[in-house]
Design a protein around this ligand. Structure first.
Ligand SMILES: [Zn+2]
Length: 43
């Protein structure tokens, strides 16, 4: 469990914001995907 969560499960990009969003929302997504989810929620 030493690996820091950085890989976005939607776009596959490595980003430091993925871990922060994982803690906040429980989803391993980057800020870009978070924004697009906010604008266009995926059902
Ligand atoms: Zn992403």
């Amino acid at each position: 469990m030493s690996k820091v969560i950085k890989k976005c499960e939607k776009c596959g990009a490595l980003n430091d914001t993925v871990y922060a969003n994982y803690l906040l929302y429980g989803f391993m997504i980057c800020d870009s995907c978070k924004l697009s989810e906010t604008l266009f929620p995926i059902v």
